[in-house]
Design a binder for this molecule. Sequence first.
Ligand code: G6P
Length: 608
Amino acid sequence: MCGIVGINGAPDVCFDLLAGLKRLEYRGYDSAGVATLFNKEFHRQRAEGKLINLERIVKEHPLPGIIGIGHTRWATHGGPTTSNAHPHQGQYVALVHNGIIENHRELRAGFDQTLFQSETDSEVVVHLLDAYIKKGYDHAAAIQATLPQLKGSYALAVLFKNAPDTLVGICRGSPLVIGHGKEGRLFLASDIFAFADYCESVTYLEEGDWTELKNGTVTIYSHGSTHPVTRPSLPISADIASQATKGLYRHFMLKEIMEQPEVLQNTLEKYAHSEAWLTKMPTNPWKKASGLSIVACGTSFYAGCVAKYWFEEIARLPVAVDIASEYRYRHPALPADSCALFISQSGETADTLAAARFTKQKKIYCASLVNVAESSLAREVDQVFQTYAGFEIGVASTKTFTTQLIVLAALTAEVALLRGEISAEERATLQKDLLMLPRLVEETLKIQGSLQRLAPQFERVKAALYLGRGALYPVALEGALKLKEISYIHAEGYAAGELKHGPIALIDDKIPVVVLAPHDVLFEKILSNVQEVLARKGQVILFTDNDGARALNTLAEGMQVCILPKVCSFLAPIVYTVPMQLLAYHVAAFKGTDIDQPRNLAKSVTVE
Ligand code: G6P
C-alpha cells in the first residue's frame, strides 16, 4: 500500500529519494518522509499530505549524507499525521515499512510504552531491532533475532548506526526490488518504476529474502540466514522510464485511456495472432475442469464478472466470481478438478494474493492474469497470463481493465475450443473479431468531445445510476465505480432488469441514468427498462450504435443518445467501457478533483 525507497551511494541522496518517491506516490499519498544517516546521526524530515509538502521542507532544509530511505504512506494503523509518517527511528535504527505487522500489539506490549512516538504497527520493528543492538548484536544478528517474531507482511528498508555504510532491505509478503545504478549507486524500492531511469538492471527479491547494499555491492540472503544466495539481475527496458511522463495530457488517466488502442494491440499480438494464440496453455486443467473460480478486487473483479458471461456462454464452463476479501472466509466449495484464476493489475493486492495462496493449499490448479510480470501473483501460481498495458499510474484503472478483458476473451475462445464447445472455424471468427478491437476502440475514443460537453450536467448531481444487461451489466458496475472513484459522485451499477425491484425508487428529474444498450438480443428488453425511467422523469444518457439509435424512434427525444461503433455482442463490453472511462474523467475534470490521485485511494492495496 505504501511506497518505499532506499538509496546508497548518491551525493545529495535526499533529492534522489524525493524523485523516487514521486514515482511511487500512486501507492499512497497520506504523508511522506525521508531520513539519511550521516556522521552517525539520523537526519529526518516528514510531512502530512502529498509529497509536495515534504518537497518544500526538504528544499529549505536538505538532509546531509549519501545513504537514506524514504516513504510515501497510505494510512492503515494510525491517522495520516506527521508523527505516524515514516521513517520511524529509534536510538540505533531508522526504517520505512510497507505491509502490516499483524502481531504489533502483542510485540508492543513487551516494551516501555514511552518509547513509542507513533500509533503505527511499523514502529515496533524499530524497537525490536534497537533492543538487540543495545544488547551488543551486530545488525545482521539483530535482523536474525527480530524476523522470526514478526507476523504479517513487510518490505523494509533499514538504516543502522552500527553499520553506517549499509542499506538493508528485507521482504516478506510485500515486494522489494534492487536497482543497480551507475557509479556504484544502489537502490531499493517497492517497484522498479522508482528508479527505472537511473538504473540499468534490476534484481527482484524473493519471499523471505534480505539484502545488504554496501559500497556498490549487493549481497542477498534467504530467510534470515547469513548464507548468501544468488538472484538474477535483469536489464531494465528503455520504455519503462518513458512511461513516467504525462506527455501532452493533463492527467495520467486520460493518457492511459487514449493509449488503449495501442496496448490492446500489444496484448493481442501476444495472444490472438494466429501463431501465438495462447501457445503456452496446458490443455488438461482447462479442458477437463468442472468449474472455474475467478477471484479479484475492484476493477479487476468486474473484469472477472464479464468473463463469467463469456466462459459460461461460449465455453460452457461454470464460473463463480468472488471478491477476494470475501472468498477465503466463506469456505468456498472447490472441486478437486476445478481451476482458479486470480486477476490483478498489480499482482500484489493482498486480498487477491492471500486468496491465491489459500487456493494453492487446497491443491487446485491456479492461474493468474496480471499486468506486472514479476509480481508475487505471477510468481506463485501454476500458469500466468499477462496483459501488456505498460505502467498504469492513474489510480483508477482504465487500460489495464480493457487489456484484462481482451485476454479473458481470447482465453474463453481457446478454452471453448479445447472443450469442444466451438469449432476451429468458430474460434477463427472470434479471433477475427478480437483483432478488430484496437480500431474499434480508436473510433470510440472520438466520442470524447461530446462526453466533455455532457460533463457540466453532473455539476450538482448527488447520485447517478448505470444500467446494463448481460455482459454489459458488469461494465455498468465498472462505469459507476469510475465515477465514484474520481468525481466523488455516488453512483450505482444495476442489471437493468433489476431496476424495478428497488432502485427505481431513486429516480427523479435530477438523477442521471446512464444506459449501455448496444443493438443486440437484449436491446428491446433494456428499452422497456429505459421507458420505466423516462416515465419517472429520469435523465437518460443512452449509449448505443446506429442500429439502436434508429430503433429508438421517437423515444430518442426524451433522452441524450451517444452513438458508438457497431460491435459484435461478444466484444461489446470492451468497446462500451471506453465511454464510461471518458465520462467519469470529464466529470471529474470539470469538478476539478484530483484525478490521478483521488482522495483515500491507492493504486496497489498491499494490506488486507
Ligand atoms: C485498488 C485500486 C483499484 C484496483 C484494485 C485492485 O483498490 O484503487 O483501481 O482495481 O485496487 O487492484 P489490482 O492491482 O489487484 O487489480
